[in-house]
Design a protein around this ligand. Structure first.
Ligand SMILES: [Zn+2]
Length: 254
């Protein structure tokens, strides 16, 4: 057989594997990531691209109303502009993560550039809250072979998601609400399984939403707020607990 016919599919397969490892949220090809909670009762709600003075304070109030804790993956340049908001987020029992300094697609950056992006955001957060964060989420979920090791050097575990409904879209909230339906569906299924097998445990969802926008500060995320206003009481009534990533991976006391 002509070697061309062997070489071309092999090249295509390699490209496919690389793009899977770079972009698929639960892929572990470029290093281990957290992409589920350790109990079907625990829902970890996460927000990227803040802090955002236009939305984050309202969101903190909404979360408080349902005794919900969440994890916020922050952009370093915004942390420098609103350190008080970051302090407030932590003071209200939420967790903070690193989402790079300028939100580039890390897939295209070399190891040194990746380290700088992580380090600058790390320093901004440490200056604001005096505690190094433990969680990192790559912008756009994009990784390459040196992203997760660079995060690990700074003491981070990388956090992905099970559901990303696309709340950055300009579409109305009536479009967004049904896209968050899988969370309730999983909760109902797990509840039915637990009731029939009397077997608690399983794994739960990590939901990726946005309280900011990486293009500019004060992005409009009122649709995200409205969709959460709709879902939080419903999820609570299904028996879900709203936890930070810290609690999502913590082994419950026996
Ligand atoms: Zn982002």
């Amino acid at each position: 057989m002509n070697s061309l016919f062997i070489a071309v599919p092999a090249a295509l397969t390699t490209a496919g594997v690389i793009s899977y490892g770079a972009a698929y949220p639960r892929a572990q090809l470029f290093g281990k990531t957290i992409s589920r909670t350790n109990s079907s009762r625990k829902l970890a709600i996460t927000f990227d691209d803040g802090p955002n003075p236009a939305i984050t304070p309202k969101l903190l109030d909404l979360l408080d109303r349902y005794n919900a804790k969440a994890t916020f993956f922050l952009i370093g340049k915004y942390v420098r502009e609103c350190p008080e908001l970051v302090k407030e987020t932590i003071a209200r029992g939420n967790s903070i993560g690193n989402h790079t300094e300028l939100h580039p697609n890390l897939f295209w950056l070399n190891p040194k550039q990746v380290r700088i992006e992580l380090r600058l955001c790390h320093d901004a957060i440490c200056n604001a809250i005096c505690v190094p964060p433990k969680w990192f989420r790559p912008p756009f979920g994009m990784r390459n072979p040196w992203v997760i090791p660079a995060a690990r050097e700074l003491g981070y575990q990388t956090v992905m998601w099970t559901l990303i409904p696309g709340d950055w879209s300009e579409k109305p909230v009536d479009w967004l609400i049904p896209r968050m339906q899988p969370i309730a569906q999983h909760a109902r299924q797990n509840l039915a399984n637990t009731a029939s097998a009397n077997a608690p445990g399983g794994t739960g969802d990590i939901l990726c939403l946005h309280d900011g926008g990486h293009r500019q500060l004060n992005a409009d995320r009122t649709r995200t707020l409205a969709a959460l206003e709709h879902w939080l009481p419903r999820w609570r009534d299904l028996g879900l607990e709203f936890v930070t990533i810290d609690d999502a991976v913590r082994t419950p006391a026996p």
